[in-house]
Design a protein around this ligand. Structure first.
Ligand code: UDP
Length: 438
């Protein structure tokens, strides 16, 4: 038997980037390609701590199809070994697959004569904006550092809804330092998008037609779903509290509002209170993920008497096995519209209540509400707060909307079909893996 092709996969060190790249890695390994997954030490330690138990015996063949998890130093302090990443590249690597925000890794691979592929883990609707950046600067809509000089609607194609300047990935958070970092990332993504032969995306051709036609080098291979292999790491940075699965199983079908805002959203204490009061007022059972850091205080403070008022119908955990929440009890998903959450909700046929926070999440909301019509927007009031009354009203509107429910089920079918044998994403993925094996 010939030697296995060996690929190196390098994610950006954040939860929403590591998880989809790890899922992709497990799929590649399932096809008999050796995969080494490179995390920073900080992320590696977190993932190892949440890994399933290693003690049970497994088939030898399965052992061979595991993804090798390795780490490199994260900071470049004086005593750090700067050669570790390069040493990994010196092994006989067939291809380096990296997050497009890490364009430098792809450049190093190119210089070393190693094939490169990018894997984009975020939403694709905003991708056409990146090649458009020079035009935006030239026409005076923004300056060289991405700061908006003129608010207007941006048209990139007649088939894609215009973008508002307030929705640009690097312009939708009120912090100049983060804006600058995001704009630098946008420039790197633009470069990678324009120069990659392979630009894999966690999306579905049928759901993203205009973007796929406009950017023909992108290769939709989604939805990337969690492996059900008991020993595969989910890539979760935090321990997943499974008590909510049992709790969900006890709830009536289509009754639970699932409330989760991913790994980075931060609410003011005032907004957090209003959300709690909204869930109380709405009267539906809810499962709410309140991870440490969800509010801008050291710990989340609930309104007085909240626990007593929602006792029996409200379940709160710090981190759930979100991908396993496919239960029929879930009626809708109140989400920040992170792309992984979006793909997971679509794959489970769940209607969305959209509350974006940052980056691509505003474009993802637009896909959910305007293009696919599987969700509703939660709107801020004049004080930039989503009020308890808005929350109650939108939950009621969403749960009584039969068109949205029907669309969600249609989308679920499209998503599931695309990764079945012969489906569009499956074919794309197999084309890529066969290429790796040549
Ligand atoms: N997630 C999870 N448990 C939770 C909440 C979220 O496992 O309680 C996972 C979720 O399934 C998704 C990821 O965390 O895969 C969040 O990624 P997303 O792109 O939605 O948002 P981000 O964290 O990047 O903002």
């Amino acid at each position: 038997m010939g030697k296995k092709a060996h690929v190196l996969v390098v994610p950006y060190p954040a939860q929403g980037h590591v998880t989809p790249l790890l899922k992709l890695s497990h799929r590649i390994a399932d096809y008999g390609v050796k995969v080494t997954f490179v995390n920073t030490e900080f992320v590696h330690a977190k993932i190892m701590a949440t890994m399933p138990d290693h003690n049970n015996e497994e088939e030898e063949e399965e052992e061979q199809n595991q993804v090798g998890l390795v780490s490199i130093p994260d900071g470049l302090g004086p005593n750090d070994d700067r050669r570790d990443a390069l040493k990994l590249l010196e092994k006989k690597i067939r291809c380096v697959i990296a997050d497009p925000t890490l364009g430098w890794i792809l450049e190093v691979a190119k210089e070393m004569g190693i094939e490169q592929a990018a894997m984009w883990p975020a939403g694709t609707r905003g991708l056409p904006l990146f090649p458009h950046i020079p035009k935006l600067i030239e026409s005076g809509v923004m300056d060289m550092s991405g700061a908006i000089l003129r608010n207007e609607l941006i048209n990139v194609s007649k088939d894609i809804r215009a973008f508002s300047t307030s929705e640009l990935d690097w312009n939708c958070i009120d912090d100049p330092i983060i804006q600058k970092i995001c704009f630098e990332c946008a420039l790197t993504i633009k470069q990678t998008l324009e120069h990659s032969n392979w630009f894999l995306c966690n999306t579905i051709y049928e759901l993203d037609l205009p973007v796929c036609r406009l950017l023909p080098n992108i290769l939709p291979v989604g939805p990337l779903l969690a492996s059900d292999h008991p020993r595969h790491s989910s890539g979760s940075f935090s321990l997943q509290d499974s008590t909510c699965l049992r709790w969900l199983n006890e709830q009536p079908a289509g009754s639970v509002v699932y409330v989760a805002f991913g790994s980075t959203t931060v609410f003011s204490q005032h907004q957090f209170h209003e959300l709690a009061l909204g869930l109380e007022l709405a009267g539906w059972p809810f499962l709410w993920i309140v991870r440490p850091g969800l509010t801008n205080r050291s710990f989340a403070e609930y309104p007085d008497g909240f626990a007593e008022k929602v006792a029996g119908r409200g379940k709160i955990v710090e981190w759930a096995p979100q991908e396993k929440l496919g239960q029929s009890a879930i009626a809708c998903f109140m989400t920040h519209c992170g792309w992984n959450s979006t793909m997971e909700g679509v794959s489970n046929g769940v209607p969305f209540l959209c509350w974006p926070y940052f980056g691509d999440q505003f474009h993802n909301r637009s896909s959910i509400c305007d293009v696919w019509k599987v969700g509703l927007r939660l709107e801020h009031d004049e004080n930039k707060i989503v009020s308890r009354h808005e929350i109650k009203k939108k939950i009621e509107n969403l749960l009584s909307d039969d068109d949205i429910k029907a669309n969600s089920l249609k989308l679920k079918k499209i998503a599931r079909n695309s990764i079945e044998k012969g489906g569009s994403s499956c074919k794309n993925f197999e084309r890529f893996v066969q290429h790796l094996k040549q």
